[in-house]
Write a protein that binds this ligand. Structure first.
Ligand code: T1G
Ligand code: NAD
Length: 708
């Protein structure tokens, strides 16, 4: 590696150099997030070397311009050949620089950003800064010695917490962990300069984070901690390799010297980076950001301010939505049809918060603050001044229309009126108001205060501002927003429904619910599809089938067994049995031989031939039914991008992120293979499997859903 001498300085567009007294101030200026791309790495080497050779410089302060210190390596470079200088070479080189280097951190020091900070000899930060090594979420691990340096700086347990789980921590916590030397109040650069002067005056020795060079302990000494994080990784990121690779890298550093462990990491890293899982996770990273780019809603369209919210209906969903407002610190007015319903709903919310306090997730005071933000009433005039109102009453079109016309007559102009309906036609709901442009769908997933997805439904009337406000609300609620058009079930539920349908049919044909669910869990889904149906209640779809019976096409296969279970009072968990049995108040699905007997009866009555069904047929039918529907959704313009469907599956249904998403998975499988299966099932099972035109066209043109 060639480092620059003082007299031979390459200028850098992205790295600034300024002399202030005896300090060199080196700035990273690579918007939007100061990612450590090639140019930044080259600039860092040349400018820090320049400072190290300049006799006027006694110490170096490294700071990020704009919104952040640095968000780490440039993820877009991962698909290109690696170009020197590698971040690791820079960091290792800084160990040998005699002048103290101080990292001054605001915004985020993530991944390579934190590793860069660890390569500095001291770190100061503003209180709002965040620190972390999110690499495992990209299918990799901290590849610039973070797995070796962080344990030396923060201790093994804290390092494993960051490296294996990938969640960021606050500056305060980083200070407690020894990652940050001082929290700066007021201006960061001024604070960092004072800190640098202090260490020069006190002749404080530089702290080199690769020290001690020998391994830092025997894995046996840390057996329990290592096992704890291995178990946590297996539970929280089931099926994902990267947390285990990250853990293995840290463990290597216990037993071998720094240089050797780092060499081993250099072999391990490209294997992780080039794995299918990492590619899928990187796809998911960008897909999530792409979802916020909405046609017609450019930077010139602002979201309306939401200083107070309203919720109509305090049932299962209303309670969760009210908690979302309260958790975000936004006062919320709740409206119900009776005092009793209000009291019941508030009691559940209180219990929910109390549970969070008991688990140490929030403090007593935070619970009180949240509850104080919630007001209740049965009088519509109380929501007159709300900026955004979300209706979450029973799934009944006439009721919803009635509520929207009442809202229209009392609520101030400019408020956004939203419905949380799962299936109703929001165009019809909007059209009963005098301001259909302000009406949108805000489809939350159950439990609303937990699930990260928010599907924002754009009707044919919705204004761009109303959509921007819905997407803005997703951010305020710390959720991921994605836009859908009006269609039965919009994007998320509509694309998932065929998976449920096929699971139901497969039981009629001879598979057991446990077999089907195991196949899907083994694929990576958090729960089997039939166990989820039992949890939600089988009566929800039963009621819908009955209400839409007049539209049923006799050429389409009908789920008789699902109806039969409901007719027998087997509505799922709440009645103690459904596709499984639960025992009194139980939540664990227990296989029930009775279901097999009922399925045999239904099969005889409806002329279905029962047979042994292979796991691969179960996977193909459940997954490709959803893919085919996803393709129809795209073809009809109900979703803008295949990646939006993927994001909804990840954050709405827990689809394994390391598989990218249902549409990405189809691409990986190869669309010709998918189409072949869809056509085969079409010929056997009929109309419901009619292949999507888009799918056929993509196969014909050799393209894919997600790569264009
Ligand atoms: N590389 C490339 N682009 C990035 C990026 C990155 N690291 N981080 C963000 N962007 C883009 C993003 O796609 C978006 O682009 C824009 O910046 C704003 O991002 C060696 C190998 C920092 C918390 O995983 O978590 O270091 O859509 O919308 O909500 O061991 O971005 O506008 O075109 O998300 O304010 C590890 C990833 C890398 C951090 C800011 N680092 N970034 O959130 O803005 S691997 C990460 C984030 C690594 C080392 C290893 C977030 C953020 P566009 P945004 P935000
Ligand atoms: P729920 O039956 O638990 O609650 C509905 C609430 O609305 C009840 O508390 C009821 O008293 C109240 N209500 C009825 N009429 C009212 C009126 N005129 N004024 C005020 N309040 C009234 O239902 P839920 O599961 O919370 O579903 C609510 C909506 O959310 C439905 O449209 C549903 O499709 C949708 N949704 C449900 C889920 C889910 O999984 N439960 C998920 C996403 C969306």
């Amino acid at each position: 590696m060639l480092f620059f001498r003082g007299e031979n300085i390459a200028m850098s567009e992205v790295i600034g150099f300024e002399l202030r007294g005896r300090l060199a101030i080196i700035t990273i200026d690579n918007p939007p997030v100061n990612a450590l791309g090639l140019e930044v790495r080259q600039g860092l080497i040349s400018q820090v070397d320049r400072a190290s050779w300049d006799e006027k410089v006694a110490a170096i302060v490294l700071i990020g311009l704009g919104r952040t210190f640095t968000a780490g390596a440039d993820i877009r470079e991962f698909d290109k050949p690696v170009q020197e200088p590698h971040l690791l070479s820079i960091i290792d080189h800084w160990d040998t620089i005699e002048k103290p280097i101080i990292a001054a951190i605001h915004g985020t020091a993530l991944g390579g950003g934190l590793e860069l900070a660890l390569g500095c000899h001291f770190r100061v930060a503003v209180q709002a800064a965040m620190f972390g090594t999110p690499e495992v979420k990209l299918g990799i691990f901290p590849g610039a010695a973070g797995t070796q340096r962080l344990p030396r700086v923060a201790g093994l347990e804290h390092a494993l917490e960051l490296i294996v789980l990938g969640e960021p921590i606050s500056a305060m916590k980083a200070f407690q962990y020894g990652i940050v030397d001082q929290i700066i109040e007021g201006d960061l650069l001024d604070g960092a300069i004072s800190f640098a002067e202090k260490i020069l005056e006190e002749k404080m020795p530089r702290r080199v984070s690769s020290q001690p060079k020998q391994g830092i302990g025997s894995p046996d000494d840390f057996k329990d901690i290592i096992q704890k994080y291995r178990d946590l990784a297996s539970r929280k990121m089931r099926g994902q390799d990267s947390p285990h690779q990250a853990l293995a890298s840290v463990v290597d550093g216990l037993e071998m010297p720094y240089e050797q462990a780092v060499l081993k990491d250099r072999e391990r890293f490209p294997i992780c980076k080039d794995s299918d899982q990492s590619k899928a996770l990187r796809y998911a990273f960008f897909a999530e950001r792409e979802a916020s780019k909405i046609p017609g809603v450019g930077k010139n369209i602002s979201a309306r301010a939401i200083t107070n919210g309203g919720v109509i209906g305090l049932g299962t969903m209303g309670q969760g939505i009210v908690m979302c407002f309260a958790n975000a610190g936004i006062p919320v007015q709740v409206l119900e049809s009776s005092q009793e319903a209000l009291e019941n709903g508030i009691k559940n919310i209180q219990q929910n918060y109390q549970g969070m306090v008991d688990r140490g997730r929030i403090s007593d005071q935070e619970m009180v603050n949240c509850l104080d933000l919630i007001s209740t009433s049965t009088d519509y005039s109380t929501v007159a001044d709300s900026d955004l109102i979300i209706e979450a009453v029973f799934e009944n079109l006439e009721l919803k229309k009635d509520i929207f016309s009442k809202l229209d007559s009392v609520v101030k102009k400019g408020a956004v009126l939203a419905t949380n309906t799962s299936y109703m036609d929001i165009n019809q709901i909007a059209s009963v108001t005098s301001r259909p442009e302000d009406v949108i769908g805000l489809h939350f997933f159950v439990p609303a205060q937990v699930m990260k997805m928010l599907e924002v439904v754009r009707t044919k009337y919705s204004s761009n501002e109303a959509i921007a406000t819905g997407m803005g609300l997703a951010k305020i609620f710390k959720k991921v927003g994605g836009v859908a058009g009006v269609s039965h079930g919009f994007v998320a539920n509509r694309s998932r429904a065929p998976m449920v349908r096929e699971a139901n049919f497969l039981v009629e044909e001879g598979a057991s619910p446990a077999q089907i669910d195991k196949v899907l869990r083994d694929f990576g889904m958090p729960m089997g599809v039939l166990a989820v149906s039992d949890m939600s209640g089988l009566d929800v779809s039963w009621r819908m089938r009955k209400s839409l019976a007049h539209l049923h096409d006799d050429e389409e296969r009908y789920p008789y067994l699902a109806d039969r279970l409901c007719e027998m009072g087997r509505l799922g968990r709440k009645t103690g049995s459904g596709w499984y049995t639960y025992g009194e108040g139980g939540t664990v699905p227990i296989p029930d031989p009775q279901v097999d007997i009922i399925a045999q009866e239904v099969a005889i009555e409806t002329g279905i031939e029962r047979r042994q069904i292979s796991d691969s047929e179960i996977a193909d039918r459940c997954l490709f039914a959803a893919v085919n529907e996803g393709a129809k959704i795209l073809e009809e313009g109900i979703a803008y991008r295949a990646s939006d469907i993927d994001i909804m599956w990840q954050y709405g249904f827990g689809f394994p992120r390391w598989r990218g998403g249902i549409m990405y998975h189809a691409d990986k499988t190869g669309l010709p293979n998918v189409l072949q299966k869809v056509e085969e099932f079409y010929s056997v099972h009929g109309k419901l499997w009619k292949p999507s035109e888009l799918l056929k066209n993509l196969v014909a043109s050799g393209s894919s859903f997600t790569q264009g």
